[in-house]
Design a protein. Structure first.
Length: 90
């Protein structure tokens, strides 16, 4: 029992030191996480743009298939406009 009482301060000092280090480094970790969340790397921006392009192409593909079956639909005008618009991405 006495050995435990003598060892207790030594064991607790390690825990307290670790807690102190955690408290000191916490603001740095929080700021770092905030900066990472707020900034976008070029690779992430490229991935996002590629995903947007793929989704738009998929949407236009679905629309083209619907317009093959029923070309008189109102939404088929968008395809016609995009086909003849030189600024539209193909």
């Amino acid at each position: 029992m006495r050995a435990l009482l003598f060892a207790l301060p030594l064991l607790l000092s390690g825990c307290l030191a670790r807690t102190a280090v955690d408290l000191v480094t916490l603001p740095v970790k929080v700021v770092g996480a905030g900066v990472d969340a707020a900034t976008t790397s070029q690779a992430e921006a490229d991935q996002r743009r590629g995903r947007e392009i793929r989704e738009e192409e998929e949407r236009l593909g679905r629309l083209a298939r619907r317009c093959e079956r029923r070309p008189q639909r109102e939404e088929c005008r968008e395809l016609e406009e995009r086909a003849f618009d030189p600024r539209a991405p193909h």
